[in-house]
Design a protein around this ligand. Structure first.
Ligand SMILES: Cc1cc2nc3c(=O)[nH]c(=O)nc-3n(C[C@H](O)[C@H](O)[C@H](O)COP(=O)(O)OP(=O)(O)OC[C@H]3O[C@@H](n4cnc5c(N)ncnc54)[C@H](O)[C@@H]3O)c2cc1C
Ligand code: SF4
Length: 536
């Protein structure tokens, strides 16, 4: 088989899709292998039940063998196809060691000053709207957001004013939706009520397909194969290089090779692929001399809060315009970080009807009309016992929550504030309905291949190259040292841009060295798949 490329990227989510965007202009021959298809543009994308079809039904297992369904989105763009597009920078102190209720959140080997230029580029690429300086925990920045904050709808504007009147500091959520509020007729985004958790029908969400993959496809040096699930990576006799990538492409087993192989399957699937690729030189799994591949899985302690007061109607379509970090680092009398509070997209009436008994005596109609929905995030601490393992073809997620007390405090605190604000005026009904996300809620998966300088205590070096394998990189959420308490994607994007710069340098050097050398012409058996032809 002579399908040799300069780079193979496996996965097209926030990490892989962004890396492709960075590398495509280099002219290097890039093969992208994505296990899913393109997500279709269909009316169902904006339908509550219809959108469920885009979350995989794949079964994984908990440590007791019980079945779980993480519901990953296996399509071009990965989980960003359905994400809420809240694109936060980690706080400056998130890169330092910090004491939490259940232990210490460890120090990162690269500091905020190292990330800042890449956060700036990431915000530009993903067209983030926001307001610099509005949140006191915001880290310093060299450039303002590239786009103004998304305006609040009337009920949210009222809420923001009420919170401010109580001395709290809500601020505009940093959002990656391509909304032009000055010239709405030119706006790709139509500001609809099915964004957070749904794929965007008009390609206006800044997801990895729209921002990273599509603009790269017309380039002649880029080849994308969809429905191409990578099964294993093989190494040379020394174990120091990946020599072949084995994939199931639409039911056919195919073999590819490249000077550089980038795994970007998401923290769970990247770890599983490395573990499944165990061989004689890597008996515990590829690049796993440290024994840390799959370990330190983090996913945040997450929960939602449906807050209802029939005193006010919430007609907002796109309410996800506010966040609050007043309790991010704790509060007077509580020295431990608690986390981030943000608004989330709205649940439609049919969603509340499906859980009607939970809200009684409020009716689903009352809840749908009056509710404000919140999303609360607390940092979970890296624990080597929290891990991804493989069991034959199956994936085991062995995870025990920590830092739950900080989350409970945040939830109680926030519920208390909302109750006080809603008051108890006669004739009005109120209700506060918290839901804690279960163990298998893995949307914020990070940390299974931590990066660092010491090969004994990390899987990847600072360039996200495997310590043990010279041409293997992992470029997704796997490299995280700690999870912070804001959504992870902007940091994944910033890192992909950073590693992309390193790879351009590395590949440039090789190009000079290998000029004139005989290398496979990279002709694929199936050179262009139908969706690519259409995209071009
Ligand atoms: C409902 C929901 C809402 C979210 N909202 C937000 C938000 O508002 N803000 C935020 O920052 N984050 C949010 N997230 C999290 C965000 O989606 C992830 O942080 C991000 O997508 C992770 O990027 P990644 O590159 O690590 O992995 P992914 O985006 O998961 O990409 C992995 C890719 O690899 C492919 N793949 C996997 N295995 C293989 C294989 N063996 N062979 C080939 N391809 C493979 C997958 O199909 C996928 O395309 C949300 C997630 C969910 C589920
Ligand atoms: S709000 Fe905008 S970006 Fe989000 S799904 Fe609707 S049109 Fe797309």
């Amino acid at each position: 088989m002579n399908d040799h490329f300069d780079v193979i990227i496996i996965g097209t989510g926030a990490g892989g899709g962004t890396l492709l965007h960075r590398l495509a202009p280099s002219g290097k021959r890039i093969l992208v292998l994505e296990r899913g298809p393109f997500l279709p543009r269909a009316k169902d994308n904006w339908d509550y039940h219809g959108s469920f079809q885009y979350f995989s039904k794949e079964t994984m297992f908990n440590r007791d063998g019980g079945e779980i369904q993480p519901g990953f989105c296996y399509h071009v763009g990965g989980n960003t196809k359905v994400y809420g597009a809240a694109l936060f920078r980690l706080r400056e102190k998130d890169f330092e060691a910090f004491r939490h209720h259940d232990g210490v959140s460890p120090e990162w080997p690269l500091k905020y000053r190292d990330w800042e230029p890449y956060y700036t580029q990431a915000e530009e690429l993903y067209q983030v709207h926001g307001q610099a300086g509005a949140d006191p925990t915001d880290p310093w920045r060299t450039k303002d957001y590239p786009h103004p904050p998304i305006s609040h709808e009337p009920r949210i504007a009222e809420l923001v004013n009420d919170l401010k009147a109580r001395g709290l500091m809500p601020y505009p959520a940093p959002m990656g939706i391509r909304l032009n509020e000055v010239a709405r007729h030119l706006s790709p985004c139509i500001r609809c009520d099915t964004c957070d958790g749904y794929p965007c029908l008009v390609h206006a969400k800044s997801d990895a397909e729209v921002i990273g993959v599509r603009p790269s496809l017309p380039k002649p040096n880029v080849t994308l194969l969809t429905e191409a699930k990578v099964l294993r990576l093989n190494t040379s006799p020394s174990g120091r290089e990946i020599t072949s990538v084995i994939a199931d492409v639409k039911g056919e087993r195919m073999v590819f090779s490249a000077d550089v192989v980038v795994v970007a399957c998401g923290a769970v699937n990247s770890a599983a692929l490395l573990l499944r690729s165990a061989d004689e030189k890597h008996p515990a799994g590829l690049a796993n001399r440290s024994g840390l591949v799959g370990r330190n899985l983090m996913k945040h302690v997450l929960g939602s809060l449906v807050a209802v007061s029939t005193a006010k109607v919430n007609r907002s379509k796109f309410p996800k315009t506010m966040a609050l970090n007043d309790f991010y680092w704790g509060e007077p009398g509580y020295a431990f970080p608690m986390g981030n509070v943000q608004l989330m997209g709205r649940t439609p009436l049919e969603g509340f009807r499906a859980q009607a008994e939970q809200f009684a005596p409020l009716t689903p109609e009352e809840v749908a009309q009056h509710s404000i929905e919140w999303w609360l995030t607390t940092e979970d601490l890296p624990d080597p016992n929290n891990q991804v393992r493989v069991n034959g073809a199956g994936i085991v997620i062995d995870y025990t929550e920590n830092n739950g007390a900080a989350f409970d405090r945040l939830m109680n605190r926030w519920t208390g504030i909302l109750k006080e604000m809603d008051g108890s005026a006669a004739g009005f009904k109120t209700g506060y309905f918290p839901t804690k996300m279960p163990m298998h809620s893995l949307g914020h998966q990070v940390g299974t291949c931590k990066f660092g300088e010491d090969a004994r205590t990390s899987v990847l070096n600072l360039d996200c190259r495997a310590h043990d394998v010279d041409n293997l990189y992992v470029v997704d959420g796997s490299f995280f040292i700690s999870s912070g308490a804001v959504n992870p994607t902007l940091t994944i994007v910033a890192n992909a841009l950073r590693v992309g710069d390193h790879l351009i340098e590395r590949l440039g050097a090789w190009a000079a060295e290998s000029a004139g050398s005989a290398r496979g012409n990279g002709t694929l058996k199936t050179p262009v798949v139908p969706e690519m032809a259409m995209a071009k």
